[in-house]
Every structure is written in structure tokens, then in C-alpha cells.
Design a protein around this ligand. Sequence first.
Ligand code: SAH
Ligand code: SF4
Ligand code: F3S
Length: 441
Amino acid sequence: MQKTYFIETYGCQMNVADSELVESILKREGYCATQNMHAADAIFINTCAIREHAEEKVHSRLGTFHKVKKERPEVIVGVLGCMAQNLKDELLENKPYIDIILGPDSYRSLSDVFSRKTKYNGNVVDTKLSRFEVYDDLFPSRKEGVNAWISIMRGCDKFCTFCIVPFTRGRERSRSVESIRQEASEAVANGFVEVTLLGQNVNSYRHEKRKFHHLLEEVASVSGLKRIRYISPHPQDVTDELLSVMAAYPVICNSIHLPLQAGSNRILKRMNRTYSKEHFIALADKIRAYLPGVGISTDIIVGFPGEQEADFRETLNVMDSVKFDSAFTFKYSPRPYTKAEQYSDQIPEVVKQERLQLVIDVQRKNTLLQNRKMIGKVEMILVEKDSKRAADQWAGRTDSNKWVIFDKCDAKIKDLVPVRIMDAKGISLHGELLETEEVLL
Ligand code: SAH
Ligand code: SF4
Ligand code: F3S
């Protein structure tokens, strides 16, 4: 009988894409996927270390994996991804039931690992980070869908003082333009209509002399693609060339993720973010000048060490001034290896919680404000999935990355259809599908 694997993924889209790579290696090794971890021959968890809470979730899932191992000692338990470094130490101390620990640059060795496991039956740990590994020749095993994730670069050299990513993912390196183009073409051949280019620092992509805007142009020329998105860019690398390319190609979505993190120059400096509040606001203005109607989203951290009330107010002020379309908001979480973890002026949990609530409230107001501006407009929506609320409604996104709910009528998943926006509630918009003739009139 064919052997089976079960895999569960935590963290960012890079991890989703990495799990797809791992699946393609497992399939080559003769395994097939199962959704039932209690029946699988090998069970994997792909982990995230970005905040303490992410790690706690993984530890709690590992408790369940441990139970499965007790019931069936022959099952192979594998831990992958960004927590590999931390788990390595813990494994040596108290998690002997884990058979395999592989860091993000070691997935290629999965095939040897399987042969080594059957031969030696000991634990296999490989958490070395590589300066070169980009898995260029390994195409991921994707399920059917609308969007294909394509990793274009790996690692991060920015070393923001709060962030563990440079330690879990290692140094920046990029794939060749040709292999990325080829992967995008294959995704289209397999029925995908949208690609999202991925990297921890996606716009610092550089392969030989080609930069991110060159790559975007190349991917924009892949025929059959309806949409191109990318995450996560860093404000420092948002260049005029990039904005010109985005403006020139309608297939590149009119949305940009611009992580602010904090609004006070003192805190930005302590975070090593490399831009000032003034630079950030000017950049947001420039983006809007190049790309009318663009959607701008952000990430914000509250309670970074040393953040005084006045610093925090500046974050709220920048939010008020830029009026982001949406925001991911986080309480600062001290991370091992990072500089900020060693700062002595950590902020109490209650203060972080209060500040988090305030940024959420401001953002909720701004999201509604920005969404209301859309009422009455006709937007092209890519039909992506069933709406959670009603079986006879679709959910799809505008190219500015806003979710719109509308009656299905005769639209199908993967269609790009005109929808008139009728209402803005919470974070999503509600609309009415138009006949193509209505749009032409
Ligand atoms: N490379 C991306 C960020 C990836 S991590 C960028 O620079 O934008 C995603 C988000 O998690 C970050 O933008 C930050 O807001 C948040 N984050 C990272 N480390 C964190 C920490 N220690 N505590 C709280 N939030 C953190
Ligand atoms: Fe982390 Fe900063 Fe790199 Fe983003 S740019 S992954 S926040 S170190
Ligand atoms: Fe988490 Fe690693 Fe992504 S730490 S956010 S899975 S790069």
C-alpha cells in the first residue's frame, strides 16, 4: 500500500509555499497526501517563530503529535520551518518523540533523511542555513485553486531589531527570472489565474543585474495570467521604477503592502527600519500619485521597548494621515537572538493591550472610510470562493485587495467580472454583478 503523509502549516505565505515544496519532495519519495493524521505514515508541522503566540500554537499541536506517536510508534514525526533552531535545543532536552527537524534551507535533504531514518532509526536534525538554496529546480506540488504562491527570494538582510526572520531564514538570495517565469507559465497551464510573488523582503529581489521591477515586467508578460500580486515589500525598496511598472501593467494589482511598524522617528530608529515618519508619509503620497485608486495596507507593532505615550501617539497620527485601507496590528513580542529582546525598557502587557485596542479602533474607522469611497464604483472582481455567509454569494477581491461579496448569478470561480459596489460594512464590500453590456454603456 502507498505510504501517506499529513502536513500542517503555520505562519506566513512563504511557509505555505514551502509546504508545497515539501509535498512535491514527499510525492517523489512515493508518499501521497492524507487529511487524517491518525492514519498517516509521516506527520509534519511547518512552524512559525515570528511571535511567542505562534510558537505556543506549535507546542500545543506537538502535544497532539506526541499522542499519535504513543499510539503508533512507527509514525514518523517531522518538524519543519522557522522554529527548527529553537526546537533543536528543546528536542535534545525533552521532545525525543520528534524524528526529524529540518530548517527552511534543508528540505532537499528530506529524501536522504527517509533513507537514513530507515537505516539508523535515530533523530535527524538539519538546521543549517544556506547562502544559496532557492529550490530553483523544485516545483511545488499545488492543489487546484485561483492563486499560485511563487517564492522568488528567500531570507532577509534587514535585521529589524524586533524580528527573528533573519535568524530563522538566513541571508537574502533570489531565484533566476527565467525559472520564476517558467513557474508562472506552468501555474497558468495548471489552471491558476493569479500568482503572488513571495519573499520576506520581496522587493529587494536581485538576480544578477535584474531587480524586482524587471522581474515584475517579465511575469506580466506571461500569457493567461489575470492578476499578479506580491508580498511582503519593505518601504526602503519601493522605487520609482517599481511604481512605474505597476502603473504600466494592468495585470499587476493596484495594491501595496507598506509596513509602517511605528510612527515615531525615535522608535523607527531603534527598530532599525531605515526610514523616518516623514519619508514614509511622502512615500505613501507618491504611491497614490503614481497609482490612483491604489489600496495601501500596513503592519503595526505596539509596545516596542521604550515606546512612550508620545511615541505611540505618533503612530496614531501617521495612521490618521496616511489612512491605510487595512492593517495587521501586533503587540511587540520579544524574540530570541534579536537586539530588541535585550533592551531593558520593555513595556508592560496591560499597556500593550491598551495601545493595541486603540490602533484597532483607528484602523476600523479608516477601513470603513476608505471602503465607503468605493460605493457606486464599478470594480473588476476576481471570483475566488464562496462567501462564508450565504451559499448563493461569491467572495472575490478588487485589484486594490478589498473583499467584495455579491450574488453568484452566472459568474464562476476564476472569472474576472464587473461588480458595482453598493455598500461597505465591516471590512468587506457588498456589490451587484453587472452584465458586460451594462459596463460598456
Ligand atoms: N518582511 C516583512 C515582515 C515579515 S513579518 C516586512 O518587513 O514588512 C510580518 C510582521 O510581523 C511584521 O511586519 C511585523 O509587524 C510583525 N512582527 C515581526 N516581528 C514581531 C515581533 N517580535 N513582535 C510583534 N510583531 C512582530
Ligand atoms: Fe523582519 Fe525586518 Fe526582515 Fe521584515 S525586513 S523580515 S520585519 S527583519
Ligand atoms: Fe513565521 Fe517564518 Fe514566516 S517566522 S512569519 S513562518 S518567515
